[in-house]
Design a protein around this ligand. Structure first.
Ligand code: PEP
Ligand code: MG
Length: 576
């Protein structure tokens, strides 16, 4: 134990809750290479062959995705990488050395491939130097695949993970080890890692800056996800205070649980349709516990991170069908893969601006086979008429036309194959890019529903990276431009007979709720863990007052004035 008793670190309160536990420093970048000797050469060689095969499988996926968009030439990088994995000279060398030197495959792979990299770096041609990066990539991929199983078993249960940054797929892996909390050096409130932590009810403090250098493995930590605080090595008194707070929270949860069968309605009886977002199949339990009115957003790309590969149509059908059946007679809105941005699937294209790049519907329309496999799977799971399909990252109406055409094609194919589906399945879009917000009326006339993705809408409207803690102060949920844009979308959508919902994190913010309802929002989809709290707040609202509140907020020109107004309002309903 190194830090002083009660050392306090501050960061972003990314997922609420309080937890006490031991720190586990997780470092992804510095893969330690073990020099350990081995006894069982046959097993080591099998291990190497498996890792090579898995690396090849991953690269195949990357290649097939890259080829459509980047063209043969650039995609050939990945093809070349695949060829290296088949290179008999390299493989013989690796196997020969394992047999002779009796060392772990990870050591042999690192040492052998590093020799090539070294040679290439010594070359004078720029081309060779650049190719050495590809070889480095391959080396890391094989080592990662060699170490993966080990790493999973290495992380002890019930720890608080402390790491530099955390990807959504890391979060998924950590859940398997029953992680109690997260602390990271970097990352913002609406990064996907934070969203996943929130949906699983795991307290998280992100963007702590020097967490990984100050906190040591095994340090006792208190993570306060409400206030964005981490206390290192707390004394007995501090531990007792926080244990009491945890008890109070548990009691509060039980109180909220009693609302499970009550409607989410205001004091006058105006009902708000309160749905839940689904990121991980594990959350189904929480959904049943908290009893929302269906599922307003399934982040399919997130669910399939659990599979570690792109699922084919049948695999997808199984998942969508099972969700639809479980939630029946309520509805579920499946969102097409929103790959890209900070949600990296096995595609590693090194875009310099991934959030402005090949993401969501752009990537899907460039990969029609992948997209069609998803549309067909969703259609097939729609037999009970409780599934809707929605597309992310829409910028232009042409993307809607193209998608509708694909849906028609898929319907025709399924009819021919005598496979049943809901011919009237509702189709909608996410409005999360300013161009789509401006064109709400145009879109509303073409689709059955609109769902506002505030996480991205705020990021794109204000030009602030949602995952970057350096600019997190500028990521203003209550910026006047955000409020007026929301008002515009809701009004224009409704004026064109199109249902408007909201599925971004803003919907779960107690301060934002009265404002959103006052702006005319009647359908909300929030993180499953927060459904009871949102319901309890809605039940304290007078609809008439929220309308006045929204009118007032629309007149302000600074975030500060809006927040002041919302605080006053919130305190008045909580006091009552
Ligand atoms: C959003 O952008 O608000 C949203 C719901 O989608 P995601 O967070 O998955 O980008
Ligand atoms: Mg989004």
């Amino acid at each position: 134990m190194s830090s002083k008793i009660n050392t306090l670190l501050k960061g972003i309160a990314a997922a609420s809750g309080i937890t006490i536990g031991n720190a586990f420093i997780f470092s992804k970048e510095k893969e330690e290479i073990s020099h350990e000797s081995i006894d069982n050469v046959t097993e080591a060689i099998k291990h190497l062959e498996d890792a090579l095969a898995l690396s090849k499988k991953e690269l195949k996926k990357v290649f097939s995705l890259a080829i459509d968009k980047l063209g043969e030439k650039r995609a050939s990088i990945f093809e070349a990488q695949m060829m290296i994995l088949d290179d008999p000279v390299l493989i013989d060398n690796l196997k020969g050395r394992i047999r002779r030197e009796k060392k772990l495959p990870e050591y042999i792979v690192d040492d052998e491939i590093s020799k090539y990299i070294h040679l290439m770096n010594e070359a004078h041609e720029m081309y060779m130097k650049e190719r050495s990066l590809d070889i480095e990539d391959i080396k890391n991929r094989i080592i990662r695949n060699l170490k993966k199983k080990k790493w999973k078993s290495k992380i002890s249960s019930d720890v608080i993970v402390v790491t530099t940054t955390i990807s959504p797929s890391d979060t998924v892996l950590f859940t398997q080890a029953n992680v109690k909390g997260y602390v990271t050096d970097f990352g913002g409130l609406t990064s996907h890692a934070a969203i996943v932590a929130r949906s699983l009810n795991i307290p998280a403090v992100l963007g702590v800056n020097e967490a990984t250098s100050i906190i040591k493995d095994g340090d006792v930590l208190i993570v306060d996800g409400f206030h964005g605080e981490v206390i290192i090595n707390p004394d007995e008194e501090r531990i007792l205070i926080y244990k009491n707070k945890i008890n109070e929270l548990n009691l509060y949860d039980e109180k909220l649980f009693k609302l499970r069968n009550k409607p989410a309605e205001t004091i006058e009886g105006k009902e708000i349709c309160l749905r839940a977002n689904l990121d991980l199949t594990k959350e189904m339990d929480l959904i049943f516990r908290n009893n929302p009115k269906g599922i307003g957003l399934v982040r399919t790309e997130q669910i399939f991170e659990e599979y570690e590969a792109f699922p084919d149509e049948d695999e997808q059908f199984e998942v969508y069908n099972s969700i639809a059946q479980k939630i029946y007679p309520e509805n579920v809105t499946i969102r097409a893969f929103d790959i890209g941005g900070d949600k990296v699937l096995p595609v590693d294209l090194h875009e310099s601006n991934p959030f402005l790049g090949w993401r969501g519907i752009r990537l899907l329309l460039d990969n029609k086979n992948l997209f069609k496999s998803q549309i067909r799977a969703v259609l097939r799971a729609s037999q009970n008429k409780n599934i809707k399909l929605m597309i992310p990252m829409v910028t232009s109406i042409e993307e809607v036309f193209e998608t509708k055409e694909l849906i028609d094609q898929c319907k025709k194919e399924l009819k021919k194959e005598k496979k049943s589906f809901d011919n009237d399945m509702h189709f909608g879009i996410m409005i999360e890019i300013p161009s789509a917000a401006v064109l709400t009326a145009t879109f509303a006339r073409e689709v059955d529903f609109i769902s506002i993705g505030t996480n991205d809408l705020i990021q794109y409207l204000l030009a602030v990276d949602r995952g970057n803690e350096i600019v997190s102060k500028l990521y203003q949920e209550f910026h006047p431009a955000v409020i007026r844009t929301l008002s515009h979308i809701i009004k224009e959508g409704k004026a064109n007979d199109c249902k408007v919902s909201l599925c971004g994190e803003m919907g779960g913010d107690p301060l934002a709720l009265p404002l959103l309802i006052g702006l005319g929002l009647e359908i909300l989809s929030v993180s499953p863990s927060i459904v009871p709290l949102v319901k309890s707040i809605i039940r304290k609202l007078k609809y008439k007052d929220t309308l006045l509140l929204a009118d007032k907020c629309l007149t302000y020109s600074t975030e500060k004035e809006i927040i002041n107004e919302l605080n006053l309002f919130y305190n008045s309903i909580i006091d009552n």
